[in-house]
Design a binder for this molecule. Sequence first.
Ligand code: NAD
Length: 252
Amino acid sequence: MGETIMTPKTALVTGAARGIGLATTRLFVEGGRRVAMIDRDEEALREAAAHLGDAVLPVVCDVSRPEDVTRMASSVRDGLGRVDALVNNAGVADFGPIAETDFARWRRVMETNLDAVFLVSQELLADLCATRGAIVNIASISGLRASTLRVAYGTSKAAVIHLTKQQAVELGEHGIRANCVAPGPVDTKLALAVHSPQIRAAYHDAMPLNRYGTEAEIAEVIVFLCSDRASYVTGQVVAADGGFEATGIGLP
Ligand code: NAD
């Protein structure tokens, strides 16, 4: 990854303690950038940040809580100044059918996967306007295709796709670009928790590339969309999914 692609000087990545968020943080840091690493898992965050040196500022925050988000944004401003790339990546997965998804389960998914994208983006709006920054929201192929078992997760991700388009349309006049990455299956803690052996086998069979993606492969797309190389790209959903969406096959 060359220096020219790494336009953002200061990025903020939510859900940065592990998985796709940590891989994205590493890629930004490799390009010489500073990153505010945001996560609610304090222990995992400290451990991840310890390997990345002075380039990162870890801030413990539950991004679904408005007062936490306000405090976090102020710590980031004090520590790193204004961010010019925001990656709304923190997410939770809870697969269940409609009949078994009680309201508390539904809300837990919505609070992190949807509400937090709105909250963090709104909190950082003035900073992004000042820097003419970029927003990348992480959705999922589950937000592109309805399926069994994913009523809350799929609905939250479909809403994130729409919220991204709203951001692109409304904030374009401030020079802010907003795009969305919809990953296919990636072997992370999140996927391990909800992908049964049946789901895994079905994905492997259905994927044109016959494999799960890696965290680093998704990070490349996120960092590209944050960079000046994507300067005329906004309001888009990029499916980084090994070709799954193109098959037209239903989600397992
Ligand atoms: P992961 O579980 O490995 O990492 C998610 C991180 O987010 C964790 O460190 C967790 O502590 C943090 N987090 C969760 N809720 C939070 C909150 N309220 N406040 C602050 N931090 C919070 O998951 P991942 O697979 O790397 O997922 C990253 C994103 O990618 C998620 O939005 C997920 O929905 C999306 N995604 C993942 C896959 C996949 O197969 N892994 C597929 C499509 C989309």
